[in-house]
Design a protein around this ligand. Structure first.
Ligand code: NAP
Length: 300
């Protein structure tokens, strides 16, 4: 029998399913993309049943689920509901990547990890309360780093830390501390302690000046994820990908974005290799590490 076409159910939390996610899906080899808007934990079950009950268990690796959209926390609740809907061999592979938060966090940590040993590193995550920053913090804790979770608000930082505790357990409290400042100069003390800094603030907001970065003698790697001028970290160009400036290696938003796209495409393609893959923050990062290792071995 000819191979069945690859079908992806794109479940999006927004009124309009993301065109970005749709294009990447088609570029990753999806034959038929079925896009659904306004998906919620309480309306997802019939969509999943439609996927589970139409192809036999031997063919279910040809149908997969992608959960996206701007309501990133709702996307994670949808993932829980999708997994609870499966039973026996009737399951499909699933990936969750609301607003690109998991693939972007994975790319940022894989890139920075080329220059530091995480268990020996203190990492400052500016904008650590947002979807991308909180996932970077999660990956860094898992890698054994000490994390300073940056925010303008102690309350928001503590809530983010509690979300990490709920995901990873109480040891998180020994690994992550809030770092609070509302003015750039007030970050100096935290930047001075850091071996790695990630700028994950809102688009178009400069968080640190080049003067402050240059004075940070321990800093070995700086990653800026903001592609909208001005840069989040002054002096880092959006296209930087491991550009050395003194003792520091710099990554800009477009440089990291190239790796993010590779991880996103690889993750989508891998959904169709089996019917039981669950691609979340951690497993997408592990795919990113594999990609990084392959690039090193092939010399690219
Ligand atoms: N390169 C890529 O491929 C890629 C992909 C996705 C996203 N991104 C970029 O990654 C960054 C993070 O994304 P996100 O969705 O997590 O961002 P976000 O939710 O818009 O913002 C992240 C955090 O920034 C802080 N913030 C907001 N306004 C600020 C201001 N005026 N000054 C200082 N801090 C401010 C907030 O933290 P507090 O209120 O707690 O201070 C917020 O939680 C964005 O710049 C986004 O454009 C890049």
């Amino acid at each position: 029998m000819a191979a069945r076409p690859r079908i992806l159910l794109q479940l999006d939390t927004d009124d309009q399913p993301s065109s970005f996610d749709a294009v990447v899906a088609i570029d990753s080899g999806v034959d038929h993309l079925l896009s659904y808007p306004r998906v919620r934990p309480d309306n997802v079950e019939p969509l999943i049943h439609g996927g589970m009950f139409t192809r036999g268990p031997d063919s279910l690796h040809g149908t997969a689920v992608f959960i996206g959209g701007s309501q990133v926390d709702v996307g994670e609740e949808i993932l829980d509901k999708v997994l609870a809907t499966f039973f026996g061999p009737l399951r499909m592979s699933v990936m969750v990547d609301g607003n690109g938060s998991n693939t972007t966090a994975a790319a940022a940590v894989v890139a920075a990890g080329r220059h530091v040993q995480w268990p020996e590193t203190t990492a400052l995550v500016l904008g650590g309360t947002g979807p991308v920053g909180s996932r970077i913090a999660q990956l860094l804790v898992h890698e054994g780093a000490q994390v300073l979770l940056g925010s303008r608000s102690l309350d928001r930082a503590q809530k983010s830390i509690e979300r990490l505790v709920a995901k990873l357990g109480p040891d998180v409290r020994q690994r992550v501390r809030p770092a609070i400042a509302t003015e750039e100069q007030a970050w100096r003390q935290q930047v001075d302690q850091a071996g790695a800094v990630f700028a994950c603030g809102a688009a178009g907001v400069q968080l640190l000046s080049s003067d402050l970065l240059q004075q940070a003698t321990h800093l070995r790697v700086a990653v800026d994820l903001n592609a909208v001028p001005p840069a989040g970290l002054e002096g880092i160009e959006p296209i930087d990908f491991g550009v050395q400036r003194g003792d520091r290696f710099d990554y800009g938003a477009l440089g990291v974005g190239g790796l993010k796209m590779k991880i996103h495409r690889r993750a989508l393609a891998s959904l169709f290799e089996a019917n039981d893959r669950v691609l979340n923050t951690q497993s997408i990062y592990e795919l990113g590490l594999q990609l990084g290792a392959e690039a090193t071995h092939s010399g690219s």
